[in-house]
Design a protein around this ligand. Structure first.
Ligand code: NBP
Length: 475
C-alpha cells in the first residue's frame, strides 16, 4: 500500500540528509539503499524525526510510493546513476517521476531525460547545492525537466529548500538538462570565487605582511559590507583556526594542493564548446591543477623572483584588495551568467537569469548579499548582454578599477601569482577596449591560411594576395 509521498534511494551523506529534511517537513518518505545497512542505520538513528518507510528491495520501494510516484536518486554520479535508473524504470508507470539529485553532467541528463520521456517517465535533473548541511537544513535546488513534473514536485522541493527573504531557494530552471547545467556553472563560479579569496589572502600575507589571524579579522570586517557571503565568512573561520596538534595557524599545516571533483572542469569545457570566455573560472580550475603538479613546482622553485621591496601599508593595501576582490568577483559572476545565457540560447531552455541569482541567495556555497544586485540587474533588463553593463555593477567596477590595477601591479612587482585578479582585469579591459588586437590576428590568419577577414568600412569577406602583389580581392 502506498504510504510515502516521495522516496529517496541512495542513502550516503546527501541522500540520508535529504530524506531527513523531507521527513522533518512532514512528508512521509520511502528510503532505500543498495546496501541495506545504510537504510537500517538511518531508521535507527533518525527514525524519530518523521515518517520513514524503509524498503529492502526496489519493488518494495516503488510499491511504497503514492502515484504519480516521485523517486529521488542520490547515488554517485555517472554509471551508478544509469544502473539505478535501469533498475527502477521498469517498475514505474507513465507519469511517474525520477529526480536525479546528484552532480550529473547536463549532457547525461539530456540523454536520460530523452530516453525516459519515450517511456512516459519524467526525468528531472536537479542541481542541489549546499553540501550535506544544506541537504539537511535547506539546500538551493535547481530542478530541470518538464514544467508538468515541476507542478508535482515543486511544492515538495520548495518546502525543503533554503529560504532567502521569505522566498524558497528553488525554482524550475528549464527543460531537460537545464538544472544540471545551471548547477555546473554555479560550481564554476564557486571555483572562481574561492580562487579570488585565496589570492586576496595571499596578497595580504605576502605583500602586506599580515598573519593568518590578522587576515581573519580583515575578512570578518569585509563580511560586514558588500562582500558579505558564506565563503568570506568561512574564510575568516579557517584563517582564525589554530592547529591543535602543533599550535600553528591551521592554514600553515595544510598541504597546498587543492583538489577538485570535476564540475569546474566541465564548466570550462562547456564554455569552450559554447564559445563563451570564462577566463576567471578557467584560471581557478588551472590554479587548482597547478597546485597539484608537485614535480613541476619543485623543478621551478629555484627560478628567480623579484628583489623584495618595502612592505606595503597594510590598511591602505587591504582596502585596495577589497576593491579588487569585489570587482573581480563581479567579473566572475558576469562570465558565469553569460555562460548560462549562452547555454539557454543553445538548448532553448529560456532560463530566467534573475531567478537563478535569487535561488542562490540561500542554501548554497556561493550565497552572498550581492546576488540581490544581480537579480535586480536582470529584472531591469532580462537580456542585458553582460552584468558589467548594469548601472550598479558598471559604477562599482569603475570606482574599483584604480585600486584593482594597483593590486595587480603590486602582485606582479612582488611576484605573487594572482591569475584570478589579473585575468578578471584583462577581461574588463578587453571588453571596454575600442579596438582589440584581434584585427592583427585576422591579418596573420589571412597571411598564412587565406582565412579572409572583414573590413571596418564595407561589408563582405576579403583576402590579400600576400605572396603576390598584395592587392585585395573579395572572397
Ligand atoms: P556518493 O557520491 O559517495 O555515492 C554513494 C551512494 O551511491 C551510496 O548510496 C551507494 O550505495 C550508491 N551507489 C553506488 Br557508489 N553505486 C551504486 C550502484 N551501482 N547502484 C546503486 N547504488 C549505488 O554519495 P554522496 O556524497 O551522498 O553524493 C550523492 C550525490 O550527490 C552525488 O552525485 C554527488 O556528486 C552529489 N552531491 C554531493 C555533495 C556532497 O557534498 N557530498 C553535494 C552536492 C551534490 P552503497 O551504500 O550500496 O555503496
Amino acid at each position: 500500500m502506498a504510504q510515502a509521498r516521495i522516496g529517496v534511494t541512495g542513502l550516503a551523506v546527501m541522500g540520508r540528509n535529504l530524506a531527513r529534511n523531507l521527513a522533518r517537513h512532514g512528508h512521509p518518505v520511502a528510503v532505500h539503499n543498495r546496501t541495506e545497512a545504510r537504510t537500517k542505520a538511518l531508521i535507527e538513528e533518525f527514525g524519530h524525526e518523521g515518517t520513514f518507510v524503509p524498503a529492502s528491495t526496489p519493488e518494495e520501494f516503488v510499491a511504497a510510493l503514492e502515484r504519480p510516484r516521485r523517486l529521488v536518486i542520490m547515488v554517485k554520479a555517472g554509471a551508478p546513476t544509469d544502473a539505478v535508473i535501469e533498475e527502477f524504470a521498469p517498475l514505474l508507470a507513465p507519469g511517474d517521476m525520477i529526480v536525479d539529485g546528484g552532480n550529473a553532467h547536463f549532457a547525461d541528463t539530456r540523454r536520460r531525460e530523452r530516453a525516459l520521456r519515450e517511456r512516459g517517465i519524467h526525468f528531472v535533473g536537479a542541481g542541489i547545492s549546499g553540501g550535506e548541511e544544506g541537504a539537511l537544513h535547506g539546500p538551493s535546488i535547481m530542478p530541470g525537466g518538464s514544467a508538468e513534473s515541476y507542478r508535482e514536485l515543486g511544492p515538495l522541493l520548495e518546502d525543503i529548500a533554503a529560504e532567502a527573504d521569505g522566498e524558497p531557494c528553488c525554482a524550475h530552471v528549464g527543460p531537460d538538462g537545464a538544472g544540471h547545467f545551471v548547477k555546473m556553472v554555479h560550481n564554476g563560479i564557486e571555483y572562481a570565487d574561492m580562487q579570488l579569496i585565496g589570492e586576496a589572502y595571499d596578497l595580504l600575507r605576502r605583500a602586506a605582511g599580515l598573519g593568518p589571524a590578522e587576515i581573519a579579522e580583515v575578512f570578518r570586517a569585509w563580511n560586514g559590507g558588500r562582500l558579505e557571503s558564506y565563503l568570506i565568512e568561512i574564510t575568516a573561520e579557517v584563517l582564525a583556526h589554530t592547529d591543535p596538534a602543533t599550535g600553528a595557524p591551521f592554514v600553515d599545516v595544510v598541504l597546498d594542493r587543492a583538489e577538485q571533483k570535476g564540475t569546474g572542469r566541465w564548466t570550462v569545457q562547456t564554455a569552450l564548446d559554447l564559445g563563451v570566455p570564462v577566463n576567471g573560472i578557467a584560471e581557478a580550475v588551472f590554479a587548482r591543477s597547478l597546485s597539484g603538479h608537485v614535480p613541476l613546482r619543485e623543478a621551478a622553485r629555484r627560478l628567480p623572483g623579484p628583489t623584495p621591496g618595502r612592505p606595503v601599508d597594510a590598511d591602505v593595501f587591504a582596502d585596495d584588495v577589497e576593491q579588487a576582490l569585489y570587482a573581480s568577483k563581479i567579473v566572475a559572476y558576469a562570465q558565469g551568467f553569460h555562460q548560462i545565457q549562452a547555454g539557454s540560447d543553445e538548448y532553448g531552455w529560456n532560463i530566467d537569469l534573475g531567478r537563478m541569482a535569487a535561488i542562490w541567495r540561500g542554501g548554497c556555497i556561493i550565497r552572498a548579499r550581492f546576488l540581490d544586485r544581480i537579480r535586480a540587474a536582470y529584472q531591469a533588463d532580462p537580456r542585458i548582454p553582460t552584468l558589467l553593463a548594469d548601472e550598479h555593477f558598471a559604477d562599482a567596477v569603475g570606482a574599483a578599477q584604480s585600486a584593482w590595477r594597483r593590486v595587480v601591479a603590486t602582485a606582479a612587482e612582488l611576484g605573487v601569482p594572482v591569475p584570478g585578479f589579473s585575468s578578471a582585469l584583462a577581461y574588463y579591459d578587453a571588453l571596454r577596449a575600442e579596438r582589440l588586437p584581434a584585427a592583427l590576428i585576422q591579418g596573420q590568419r589571412d597571411f598564412f591560411g587565406a582565412h579572409t577577414y572583414r573590413r571596418v568600412d564595407r561589408a563582405g569577406s576579403f583576402h590579400t594576395l600576400w605572396s603576390g602583389d598584395r592587392s585585395e580581392v573579395e572572397a
